[in-house]
Design a protein around this ligand. Structure first.
Ligand SMILES: Nc1ncnc2c1ncn2[C@@H]1O[C@H](COP(=O)(O)OP(=O)(O)O)[C@@H](O)[C@H]1O
Ligand SMILES: [Mg+2]
Length: 316
């Protein structure tokens, strides 16, 4: 496809989610090639981003996850290099990767997200139990794939939970546990054009949706569209779009939520560079509205742009 030009699929990278990115990226690359797009693999862990310019790449599809891929750093480098890229810009990416920053913004706008406290090395389980109740969740502020996350069921369990989370990130949060169903909502587009795809309900064995269940087993069940009534579906779609827009996300993203026993939704996080493996959820949601994997990949690619240039004058 001549109008798109030479495309780099950025995948691999140096985050803890490198393995998933390798899977996502190779599938994205294959899809683009099937669509007749002149696309190539590009692993930023193995070569400098400057190569994108030197080798004449005209767009980048970001299939990196986690640090140096989903957190605004690679987005900033691409802005500087002038290479249009998929997904959210610098600020939205940096906010979304940081669960504390994300939750502060949502809370300030009155969007429902579970109560939380930033954990310090001196934080005590007994104090957190008073603030958040039991059980509560301890997790690193900037990690993904459920890595470093613990459900704390008694105050004495706090120390080990904190130690584990802080091995992934210096910033750690504790969050009230939401007992209920787990949903994820994919969003495509930007600003007033942003639209939610049908919600997916995730049913993991014993409600334990961890790294292994996410990527390596077939025991987790995914219900798409989620079996919830039409009014609640609309409410959840609107809430997810509001959560996405609150952070200034663009292109595409996936909002993780919990639905409590009273059918009240609670926002957990936004993934700005969602997985694109054969187990992945955005492709599943797209399929439910008739967008197949290859068409989804092309649609996301076509939304690639430079966000900084598009947003203001910047130059006289
Ligand atoms: N406050 C919470 N209440 C209940 N379950 C939670 C809570 N926070 C996280 N979880 C569970 O852990 C999973 C991962 O948490 P999440 O905040 O989405 O981080 P990440 O996906 O970046 O690791 C969620 O999908 C959910 O199953
Ligand atoms: Mg998540």
């Amino acid at each position: 496809m001549a109008d798109i030009g030479k495309v780099a699929v950025l995948f691999g990278g140096r985050s803890a989610e490198r393995e998933i990115s390798l899977k996502s990226g190779s599938m994205v690359l294959a899809a683009l090639n099937r669509r007749g797009i002149d696309a190539y693999a590009f692993d930023p862990a193995e070569r400098p981003l400057q190569d994108l310019v030197d080798r004449g790449f005209e767009r980048a599809f970001i299939a990196l996850h986690g640090r140096y891929g989903e957190d605004g750093t690679v987005q900033g480098a691409l802005e500087m290099l002038g290479v249009p890229y998929t997904g959210s810009g610098v600020l939205a990416s940096a906010l979304a990767i940081d669960k504390v920053a994300t939750k502060r913004i949502w809370a300030s706008l009155g969007l429902p997200t579970p109560a939380f406290e930033v954990c310090l090395p001196a934080s005590r389980g007994t104090q957190l139990v008073q603030q958040l109740g039991l059980p509560y969740i301890v997790k690193p502020a900037r990690e993904g794939s459920t890595l470093g996350l613990t459900k704390v069921t008694r105050a004495a369990g706090h120390r080990a939970a904190y130690r584990l989370a802080s091995s992934f990130d210096v910033d750690v949060l504790a969050e009230s546990f939401v007992d209920g169903r787990e949903l994820t909502v994919s969003v495509l587009g930007e600003g007033a054009q942003a639209k939610a795809l049908p919600a997916i309900e995730i049913r993991a064995p014993e409600g334990n949706y961890d790294y292994r269940n996410k990527y390596f087993t077939d025991d987790t069940r995914y219900l798409c569209p989620a079996p919830i009534d039409a009014a609640l579906s609309r409410e959840i779609a609107a809430l997810s779009v509001a959560a996405y827009r609150a952070l200034g996300c663009a292109g595409w993203g996936r909002v993780d939520l919990m639905l409590d026993r009273d059918m009240k939704p609670w926002l957990l996080e936004v993934n700005t560079s969602p997985g694109m493996t054969d187990h992945s959820l955005v492709p599943m949601a797209a399929k439910a509205v008739g967008i197949d994997y290859d068409a989804l990949v092309e649609q996301v690619l076509r939304s690639a742009c430079l966000k900084t240039a598009a947003r203001g004058k910047g130059q006289p």
